[in-house]
Design a protein. Structure first.
Length: 95
């Protein structure tokens, strides 16, 4: 069990090393989406994704954005507000 967790953690760490964001995608200013917009965009992700399949004017992720804080808000919006933690917390029946 511990070996599988360690392997999953090592794989996640290896894959995250490949992640990068171009400098043109990160900006600063009053109009640039930050944490709160990331939170909102994460929350509406399922509907925005469906809309993006039918319209090229709909995007699920704002670019440019403030970088890490936008990403954190987006993550929280998807996992907590979007139901990600709800579906992972269901208890399995014993027996």
């Amino acid at each position: 069990m511990i070996g599988r967790i360690a392997a999953a953690f090592a794989l996640a760490l290896l894959l995250s090393a490949c992640a990068s964001q171009i400098d043109a995608g990160v900006s600063a200013g009053a109009e640039v989406p930050g944490f709160w917009w990331g939170l909102w965009h994460g929350f509406i992700f399922p509907w925005a994704w469906i809309g993006s399949l039918f319209s090229p004017d709909i995007a699920v992720y704002a670019v440019p954005n403030t970088g890490g804080w936008y990403d954190f808000g987006f993550f929280v919006g998807i996992t907590v507000l979007g139901g990600g933690s709800f579906f992972g917390s269901k208890k399995r029946g014993s027996g």
